[in-house]
Design a protein around this ligand. Structure first.
Ligand SMILES: Cc1ncc(COP(=O)(O)O)c(C=O)c1O
Length: 380
């Protein structure tokens, strides 16, 4: 059968690494997973208990398209508590993960042929989802000195229709300060560019406080998720905040594209928002792991990185060792038993000289992974 050309998107290389690691494990190898971008912890206990109890009396059929009113109100409360901003619950849309939010946002904002700027290195699916919707991703090469975040001069005058930023970012873990984000929002406004802020790693932050674009403007799209800080990747629930005059547009798209986000996950997500003790406990583990990574990686000769402000990744320049990061990652997997992600997923231009290491797993795993990496690079 004939297929569309827009549907031919690139594979996610990290999935290939995970498969290679699975094969090695099936052969009896013990592998430390520093490739995966997800917590190894379960959803908060309260979330699981609440869903268990609800399932006994609620059929959990479709919810309304924009999500459970109680969850939308609780998220509005979160913006008041954490960011000091008033956001009306009507502007909050519950989505099937932030991935579902991207599809809604890109469809609502851009026509076929539009151009959307994305920082490189960046989360690979932005590019692929845009391509699948016939929208042109424009890679903006960021620099270590700008902490791998775009600045206005990277895109002004290029005729973009949209700009998508992430703070904290994947794979660099760096955040935009309020001033840096304001400069981007202002430049977008001056050029008529729609501004989208991916804030899915907010909550997982170490250096300073992550700023939400909603603190700076109401004329933005903000995307967030229960996947990372709330430790609920597989539940597929996220949210998006849109300007008042876009609510009905998104509602119509959401009704037709997804009907609703998984109802069971919405019930669990609401309870997860009141699980601060458990979630802060997870954050303590990431903090410990981050400190170990920053301390130990240079001892393996891996010192060319910007210390992450948030998320659970370190993005390392290995240009002094290789210009084939995929081959290097494969060698590390087979010789050291550590799975790491080659950078091409995140940056098609420079990614063959970079690696992303995740420290989302237990501190025992990270200690062992670092010791294996030090042994590998000393011997190489
Ligand atoms: C920066 C970023 N945005 C979005 C996503 C998608 O997350 P989800 O669809 O689980 O909310 C990810 C997943 O790793 C990510 O790293």
């Amino acid at each position: 059968m004939k297929n569309s050309s827009r549907g031919v998107v690139d594979p996610f290389i990290v999935m290939d690494v995970m498969e290679e690691a699975r094969v090695a494990e099936a052969e009896g190898r013990h592998i430390i997973h520093m490739e995966v971008g997800q917590p190894s912890t379960a959803a908060p206990a309260q979330a699981r208990a609440k869903l268990g109890a609800t399932m006994e009396h609620d059929p959990l059929g479709y919810s309304v398209a924009l999500g459970l009113p109680a969850l939308r109100a609780r998220i509005a409360q979160h913006y008041a508590d954490k960011h000091g901003v008033t956001v009306s619950p009507e502007r909050i849309i519950i989505t099937p993960g932030s991935s579902g939010a991207f599809i809604l946002a890109f469809t609502a904002l851009f026509d076929a042929g539009a151009k959307v700027g994305i920082g490189e290195p960046g989360y690979p699916s932005y590019r692929q989802i845009l391509k699948a919707l016939n929208v042109t991703p424009v890679g903006l090469q960021t620099t270590l000195e700008n902490r791998f975040q775009p600045v206005p001069t990277d895109f002004v005058g290029q005729g973009l229709d949209g700009l998508l930023v992430a703070s904290p970012a994947n794979p660099s873990g760096t955040m935009l300060t309020a001033e840096a984000m304001q400069a981007l929002i202002d430049a977008c406004k001056a050029e008529g560019v729609s501004f989208i802020s991916d804030e899915i790693y907010q909550g997982v932050e170490y250096e300073g406080r992550a700023v939400s674009a909603l603190e700076l403007s109401d004329d933005v799209y903000v995307i967030n998720s229960f996947s990372k800080y709330f430790s609920m990747t597989g539940w597929r629930v996220g949210w998006m905040v849109v300007p008042d005059d876009h609510i009905r547009l998104i509602e119509r798209l959401a009704q037709n594209m997804f009907i609703c986000a998984p109802h069971a996950s919405q019930v669990a997500a609401l309870a997860a928002m009141d699980s601060a003790d458990e979630l802060e406990g997870n954050l303590e583990v990431y903090k410990r792991n981050r400190a170990m990574m920053i301390e130990e990686l240079p001892k393996a000769g891996l010192s060319n990185f910007a210390p992450p402000d948030g998320a659970f990744y370190i993005y390392i320049d290995v240009s002094h060792m290789t210009d084939d990061s995929r081959k290097l990652a494969s060698d590390i997997l087979h010789k050291a038993g550590v799975a790491v992600t080659p950078g091409m997923d995140f940056d098609p231009v420079r990614g063959h000289q970079t690696l992303r290491l995740s420290y989302a797993r237990s501190s025992e795993d990270i200690t062992e992974g670092l010791s294996r990496l030090k042994a590998y690079f000393k011997g190489s």
